[in-house]
Design a protein around this ligand. Structure first.
Ligand code: SF4
Ligand code: SF4
Length: 628
């Protein structure tokens, strides 16, 4: 496909993207922006959520202007159609995070059974703390025995013989009571996802409110289930993150080294690759083939996992994953799963880059498949790194261009690290909020989407929030955008309003705290629960908000639903496909406030969105009797 995008400067706000967009054009490579342009004009029915292909009587469409059909062949109206489509998005997002979490639980089980050479328990304290929290006997027992039982307990959460997920206890009693009243207390993770698929089959749940209530329950089985398991067990296996300094953007690639990129979400493979890259024999091999070493860099959330725990530099976020290949400097891209564009092996094939898939769940045409498991990962990681090193001499010098000066960033703000920075309890943060130095806290999270100028939504919103004394916690691709903008060093406190600046300087922290990958949004939820418990209030009472200015993924929909279900109003920068049902729009943007104490706000302009968030936080402060 020939490149279609004429206005390259309109694609991204980042300095490293633009030269690579020019190079892609010169090299005849089409990128996500070109394919986005080729899709215009979009289907209006799909945009509004008014198309359905759930069964073979369809596909069906509903005319939003009221002139054509108002029901599908089965009789589904606009409300049912939109609710079913949305419910299936939540189910897909929850399933994705939760399947990721399950892979961690299975790895922990393999470690406990002595079947995972090279893996181990990196944080025994956290293993034992989790065991106590979930009622697994640990005192006086061997760590591997505890690991086996904890993994078994976590795997039980997927099917669930008991009544509710174990991590529900992290939320304040008032919130848990609200979920009970609404009938959305999350049960087994697989059960909720399966039930959503069942309810949205033709002829099952035909009440849009009932479908959306189950959407909350499904999303909560992600937030307090699959995602939280993913976060917690990654910490047990690979270490609880602590504040670490590293660098970000395409400048982290090195012209004179073997560059290996790690992309996807799950740290199980990438952690083993990181260890293999330190092997003296492979480093010596790199020198033998003319390189000065082996350089690892991350992309998307696998990158965030490595950055948080090992300080491995971050090359870029979602929309940079093609452009990084255009540098011509990448010997190998190793992927696990999620958010890996199907186009990437094709672009890798235009250079000398080897594209390696590792999961039986995520194969790509044109890729070299090396199937990793806990049993073979240690040995296979060395083989794959060796292949990358041997690819270095095939680099085409004329095709190489690495743009950008790296930007320094501080990462690694796990729940433990945040509480550690506060002296062990949330009280100093509560005091700062009460005193008005910190207006409130906002999770700025989520993806990139070519419908939004790359990183513009994240960076503009975050800048305005910190200027208004709002502490920002970020994850995922938003975290990469904010790091590239320079918001993640203690010196960035100078960009914050006077109150937040004072607090950040006193604690030696940036005004934007990187809490990890997409599954690690559960760290933010956990912290919100801890704050509410410390104050003995519902989470809905706190001056908190969520924001996803550039979301694209079904996983983002699941996250937004579990955040709103937790009483935290969430601001979206991309319009979800619900406008075809005015009833659902009213419910999502108004009615939910009375049901869960929070709602969705859609505001594509990040400046206006910042104003709306500040007004929202001020409203919460007034209700608590605090100054604004
Ligand atoms: S479920 Fe109903 S609306 Fe959907 S495709 Fe089948 S007949 Fe059409
Ligand atoms: S934030 Fe979105 S695009 Fe980025 S890695 Fe996560 S799900 Fe994928």
């Amino acid at each position: 496909m020939a490149p279609l995008t004429d206005k390259l400067a309109a694609c991204s706000v980042t300095q490293d993207a633009l030269p690579m967009l020019e190079k892609a054009r010169a090299d005849g490579i089409a990128t996500v922006w070109d394919r986005h342009a080729a899709q215009e004009p979009r289907c209006g029915y799909c945009d509004l959520g008014l198309s359905c292909r759930i069964c073979a009587m369809g596909p069906c469409r509903i005319d939003p202007f009221g002139e054509g059909p108002q029901q599908g062949v089965c009789g589904a109206d606009a409300d049912i159609m939109v609710a079913r489509n949305l419910g299936r998005m939540i189910a897909a997002g929850s399933a994705s995070h939760s399947d990721h979490g399950r892979d961690l639980a299975e790895t922990l089980l393999a470690v406990g059974e002595g079947k995972a050479p090279g893996y181990g328990i990196a944080d025994e304290g956290k293993l034992r703390a989790l065991a106590r929290e979930l009622g697994v006997a640990e005192a006086g027992r061997d760590a591997l025995a505890v690991a086996r039982d904890l993994a078994g307990e976590m795997l039980e959460e997927y099917g669930m013989r008991k009544g509710r997920l174990g991590f529900v206890g992290r939320m304040p009693p008032a919130r848990v009571e609200a979920w009970k009243r609404l009938g959305v207390l999350p049960r087994g993770i697989d059960r909720e996802v399966t039930e959503m698929m069942h309810r949205t089959h033709m002829g099952v749940d035909n009440d849009y409110v009932n479908i959306l209530l189950h959407g909350f329950r499904t999303a909560l089985s992600d937030g307090l289930g699959g995602s939280m398991i993913g976060t917690e067990l990654s910490d047990v296996l690979f270490g609880v993150p602590v504040p670490t300094t590293s660098t970000v953007n395409l400048g982290v690639l090195k012209a004179d080294q073997v560059n290996i990129l790690l992309h996807g979400h799950n740290p199980v493979v990438s952690e083993m690759v990181a260890r293999a890259a330190e092997d003296p024999e492979l480093v010596a091999l790199a020198e033998k083939v003319g390189a000065k070493g082996i350089n690892l860099a991350g992309l998307c959330c696998t990158g965030n996992e490595l950055l948080m725990r090992r300080g491995i530099p971050m090359a870029g976020n979602h929309l940079m994953t093609e452009l990084v290949l255009v540098t011509g400097a990448v010997e190998m891209m190793i992927v696990d799963y999620q958010c890996i564009m199907p186009s990437t092996p094709q672009i890798a094939g235009c250079y000398h880059t080897k594209f390696v898939t590792t999961s039986p769940k995520a194969k790509f045409a044109g890729a070299a498949h090396r199937e990793f498991s806990p049993e073979n990962a240690q040995a296979l990681a060395r083989e794959v790194v060796r292949e990358a090193v041997e690819n270095f001499p095939r680099r085409k010098p004329g095709a190489l261009e690495i743009p950008g000066q790296t930007v320094t960033q501080m990462s690694g703000f796990s729940v433990e690290a945040v509480l550690g920075a506060l002296g062990g309890t949330p009280q100093p943060l509560i005091d700062a909020i009460v005193a008005g130095k910190v207006r409130g806290a906002v999770g700025v999270v989520g993806c990139n989407n070519p419908k939004v100028k790359h990183d513009h939504g994240h960076v503009t919103l975050t800048r305005r929030l910190i200027e208004n004394d709002v502490l920002v916690l970020d994850t995922g691709c938003a975290a990469v955008a904010n790091a590239k903008a320079g918001f993640k060093t203690p010196g960035a406190a100078e960009l914050a309003g006077p109150g937040l600046r004072q607090v950040c300087k006193a604690l030696g922290i940036p005004p934007v705290l990187h809490t990890g990958s997409c599954v690690d949004n559960t760290r933010i939820l956990h912290l919100a629960g801890a704050l509410a418990k410390a104050l003995n209030v519902d989470t809905a009472a706190l001056p908190l908000a969520g924001a996803a200015p550039e979301w694209y993924s079904e996983k983002a929909v699941a996250i937004a639903f579990y955040v709103v279900a937790s009483g935290i109003t969430t601001f979206l920068g991309v319009v979800p496909p619900i406008l075809g049902s005015p009833n659902i729009v009213r419910l999502a943007t108004e009615g939910l406030e009375d049901v869960v104490g929070a709602k969705f706000v859609v505001e594509p302009d990040p400046e206006k969105c910042a104003d709306a968030i500040v007004a929202h936080l001020n409203g919460k402060r007034r209700a608590l009797g605090l100054t604004v």
